[in-house]
Write a protein that binds this ligand. Structure first.
Ligand SMILES: *Cc1c(COP(=O)(O)O)cnc(C)c1O
Length: 400
């Protein structure tokens, strides 16, 4: 995996059953070919043979830093500025606690009503824990900018809306926030690996994201947090675990944070997950994000056109203008849940989101025009033949 190519898709790099069209890589990316072997090797070559020594001999303890340096170019930041571990919910908590600490005199956390629930729950929980009278404001996404004022401590937003794919103008919002003296946190859950990002240029203080969506790190893959390097050493981490200490193995009784991004580490890294993510990240040496974006736009437009022509009863809820949309396309229907279940049974995997959304992730790494047309044709068949009416498609599963 060394030469870059503009050739997309790269289906050859993935293990996806050939009879399905996978439009859910925005929720769980598929495995890269060879992922299973990676997991086997960690267990049989490293853990089994070296036991505890593998923390050194197989570089286990350095995996968070190594993988953080693979994430950095994908989100447009400098090496050494990304800490890895835990889940996105926890990284969001760390960022938010730190941001509130930077603006102790202000009380408003500004998010929006389209944000992913966990981001909002984390804020609500932190507000309760701090008990200092903070308020969470959640105006509609298109009104966020006008709510930024001198009361706002932190602007805490998800760049690409998980339901509709609507994309915030990150540069404009960050600039406005900074003009008002607010700190910014961008959640890149649906952006990293999907759209070109230049987080360093935005000058945001924090960015967080997960790696099991468009970065294909596998279920439970560790999350990331970027902290602007000029402020990282003045930040008091909220979750002060031993691996964020400046010398974990000194076993000091007093917490003293690492003088680097490492202070945002907490505890023992999930090594198997890290190795899988490390392997999956190699793909970004082969492809260019601007090519990905171009291809995603082309595929999305084709899909919208095909679906609207074949299923006019479905309403597009994603922005029609590609520049305001991330890498997903969503439609609304009262029967969205049943339609998606019937579609999945017919080999086209998308997903359902409350209250009435059919959601399709467009990942050009492993999707082409034929896949888009086949997905639209299958959707048309499910709708016209009313296959979704079958009782088995009405039953709600635990994970939708
Ligand atoms: C997927 C997603 C999450 C998931 O958080 P986890 O802690 O990894 O479960 C959080 N926020 C957003 C915006 C997401 O899209």
């Amino acid at each position: 995996m060394t030469t870059r190519t503009t050739g997309l898709p790269r289906k050859d790099l993935f293990d996806i059953p050939s009879d399905i069209v996978y439009l859910d890589g925005n929720s769980l990316g598929p495995p890269l070919r060879g992922s299973a072997q990676q997991a086997v090797e960690v267990v049989s070559d490293e853990w089994e043979k070296d036991l505890i020594q593998a923390w050194n001999s197989a570089n286990w303890m350095s995996m968070p830093r190594i993988v953080g340096d693979q994430i950095a170019p994908v989100i447009g930041v400098q090496p050494g500025s990304v800490a890895m571990g835990d889940t996105l919910s926890i990284k969001a908590y760390q960022a938010l606690a730190a941001a509130l600490d930077i603006r102790p005199d202000r009380r408003v956390i500004l998010s929006d009503s389209g944000n992913f629930p966990t981001d909002l729950y984390i804020a609500q929980g932190l507000i309760d824990t701090l008990d200092r009278g903070h308020k969470l404001a959640t105006p509609p996404p298109d009104e966020v900018e006008e709510h930024i004022d001198e009361e706002v401590a932190v602007v805490y937003l998800t760049h690409v809306d998980y339901r509709t794919g609507r994309m915030h103008d990150m540069d404009a919002i960050t600039k406005r926030a900074h003009e008002c003296g607010a700190v910014t946190i961008w959640d890149l859950a649906h952006s990293a690996g999907a759209v070109p990002l230049e987080m360093r240029q935005t000058n945001t203080e924090f960015a967080v994201g997960c790696t099991y969506k468009f970065l294909n790190g596998g279920p439970g893959a560790p999350a990331f947090i970027y902290i602007r390097p000029d402020i990282v050493n003045s930040i008091r981490p909220a979750l002060t675990g031993w691996l964020g200490h400046k010398d974990p193995f000194a076993m000091d009784l007093r917490y003293d944070p690492a003088m680097s991004t490492e202070r945002f580490r907490i505890g023992t890294p999930p090594v198997v997950q890290f190795k899988l993510l490390h392997f999956a990240m190699k793909i970004w040496d082969l492809v260019d994000m601007s090519d990905i974006r171009l291809a995603a736009t082309r595929l999305s437009e084709l899909f919208i056109e095909e679906v609207e022509r074949r299923c006019p009863i479905l309403d597009l809820v994603s922005p029609r203008n590609a520049s305001n949309r991330g890498s997903q396309v969503s439609f609304a229907s009262d029967e969205a849940y049943s339609i998606i279940q019937a579609l999945i049974d017919s080999g086209v995997i998308g997903d359902f989101r409350e209250p009435n959304i059919l959601r399709f992730g467009i990942a050009p790494l492993y999707l082409d025009e034929n896949d888009m047309v086949r997905a639209a044709e299958t959707l048309e068949h499910v709708m016209k033949a009313e296959i979704w009416r079958e009782p088995k498609y009405q039953v709600k599963k635990q994970v939708t």
